[in-house]
Design a protein around this ligand. Structure first.
Ligand code: NOJ
Length: 552
């Protein structure tokens, strides 16, 4: 592994950190997070080792879907600051060597967007055809609402327009019509605008929905959606060859692959939704096979593409790609109460409460995240083990303010907590017990552990993009893998059971007599070891233990 390559293809061993400006840090004492506050926290991210910040939508919005309902693609919501504040933040992040990407939400707009207001007001409006209209909902149109608790159809009749409009998400989010060349040009203009200000790419929202043109009038005249995505990527590459598109595509692996692009590159990275769901099944069973199976099935991304791996994000923990029985197993283990579940398919919880605060297990999961091939994406608060607030509505349970220190405002804001966008998590996961300040100086804290993992992960590019060989550990509770690259190899072991275990692994003869250097700990279970002359290595793992060993 030549390190220079990891700089050219920076996203392949990046550490991505997703945050919402609104809930991160309030600098102005108004109760809402803002860009000035975020700028003050850039050094926290730098210390953690984050290399790429993903900003959730910060554009002007009525905020009926946490900012994913946009009224102006070229601005900053006044609650969060000004465009000037945004640029100052970007400059500060870049000064610390961090890149910044942001959500590109162009499947739809808010129904309050001036384009939609104009479109619904008249058939003659130049914006009418920017949306998808029908006199009657077409038979062959898209099926399935994304938020079944709130919406019953993807078509809503608009009295003012005298027609139905399509919306895959909430009815206040009318879908844009990407078959219209003017819409496609505008999307490129939006990307160009933010790139010119210094963004290094985008997390592309709802990609399959954005490309969907089923059931639309004149379907045969529509562009091939994948050609369109490839065009967008080519446009971005022309502007900045180092920029990335990180796409939200929650489909089976075989279908997801199309979004990396076939003939021409499309998305640079796709989230590994399948691996994430199987990880939870494996954790629920205390059996690594569902995860090992996903890794074996997962196709290799194209040469410069990559998977993006994650444990949690800002949405429900979706389990939609598991079978009904498998999903029930995960519900039984990690979210048995109805109030923990959402849309019948997911859990509105964060990881630590799901694992009953078991630090060994939580640490093991993050060790997995940083050692599996792919680029790890953290959601704010994961680094300190924040919990959820089930009294918040729907997905907002996991979108509570960041916890910086103990006390009434949790260091998030000095304003009256009544004015916060969401209340701070109450109880044992609240800021008095879980916060950055207390964990920073504690070598046993989750924050220290994740900082260590980030450091080792960055030093060990074999993990993120080396070749993975599963090893037979002889136990269904232990995942053993060899990550090899041109000039190095690393062995990782993860124990999914609450029992100490000794495993004997058979390595390639080429590794006979190699030294095994523990990269994570020098404790009793973490002593260095050696591969036998026969190519075998016998290693102990603590209950829910994990080890990364460099093969010397
Ligand atoms: C996916 C986003 O992750 C989610 O939070 C949002 O509600 C929908 N797309 C609609 O934009």
């Amino acid at each position: 592994m030549r390190l220079s390559r990891t700089a050219d293809l920076w996203w392949k061993n990046a550490v991505v950190y997703c945050l919402d400006v609104e809930t991160y840090q309030d600098a102005l004492g108004e109760g809402c997070g803002d860009f000035r506050g975020l700028t003050q926290r850039v050094d926290h991210l730098d210390r953690l080792g984050v290399t790429c910040i993903w900003l959730m939508p910060f554009y002007p919005s009525p905020d009926r879907d946490d900012g994913y309902d946009i009224t102006d693609f070229y601005g900053v919501d006044p609650r969060l600051g000004t465009l000037g504040d945004f640029v100052e933040f970007l400059r500060t992040a870049r000064d610390r060597g961090m890149r910044v990407i942001a959500d590109l939400v162009v499947n739809h707009t808010s129904d309050q967007h001036p384009w939609f207001k104009s479109a619904r007001a008249s058939r003659e409006s130049p914006y009418r055809d920017w949306y998808v209209w029908a006199d009657e909902p077409p038979e062959d149109g898209p099926k399935g609402v994304v938020f079944p608790d709130e919406e019953k159809s993807v078509w809503t009749y608009d009295e003012e327009a005298g027609q139905y409009y399509q919306h895959r998400f909430y009815k206040h989010q009318p879908d844009l019509n990407i078959a219209n060349p003017a819409v496609r040009d505008e999307i490129a203009r939006i990307m160009g605008f933010w790139m010119e200000l210094g963004l290094s790419g985008f997390r592309v929202d709802a990609v399959p929905f954005m490309l969907e043109t089923d059931g639309q009038a004149d379907a045969e005249k529509l562009p091939d959606p994948h050609d369109y995505l490839a065009d967008l990527r080519a446009f971005m590459d022309r502007r900045d060859g180092q920029a990335i598109l990180l796409g939200e595509v929650n489909l089976p692996y075989s279908d997801t692959m199309a979004f990396f692009g076939d003939e021409a590159p499309e998305l640079t990275m796709c989230f590994d939704f399948i691996g994430m769901q199987r990880l939870y099944l494996a954790l629920a069973r205390g059996d690594v096979r569902p995860l090992a199976g996903a890794l074996a099935e997962r196709p290799a991304p194209p040469k410069d593409g990559h998977w993006a791996t994650f444990v949690r994000n800002h949405d429900e923990l979706t389990l939609d790609k598991l079978s009904d029985d498998e999903r029930q197993e995960v519900f039984d283990a990690f979210g048995p109460k109805e109030e923990m579940q959402l849309y019948g398919r997911g859990l509105r919880r964060r990881l630590p409460p799901m694992l009953e605060g078991d630090a060994r297990r939580i640490k093991m999961v993050y060790s997995l995240l940083f050692s599996l091939p792919g680029t790890p994406v953290l959601f704010y608060g994961e680094e300190i083990g924040m919990g959820e607030d089930l009294s918040e509505k729907g997905r907002n349970a996991v979108r509570t303010p960041m916890q910086w220190r103990p006390g009434p405002g949790g260091g998030f804001s000095s304003a009256d907590p009544e004015r916060f966008p969401a209340r701070l998590v109450p109880g044992e996961y609240g800021p008095d017990h879980v916060n950055v300040a207390a964990q920073r100086g504690d070598p046993d804290s989750l924050l220290s552990w994740i900082s260590l993992l980030v450091e080792r992960y960055r030093e060990t590019p074999e993990l993120a993009w080396g070749e993975l060989t599963p090893l037979d550990s002889g136990a269904d509770t232990v995942l053993a893998q060899l990550h090899a690259a041109d000039d190095g190899a690393v062995l990782t072991l993860h124990n999914f059971a609450d029992e100490e275990i000794e495993v004997t692994l058979r390595l390639d003869r080429a590794h006979a007599r190699a030294g095994l250097i523990d990269l994570l700990s020098d404790g009793p279970a973490g002593a260095d070891a050696e591969v036998s002359p026969e190519g075998e290595a016998t290693l102990r793992l603590a209950p829910y233990g994990c080890r990364w060993m460099r093969v010397e």
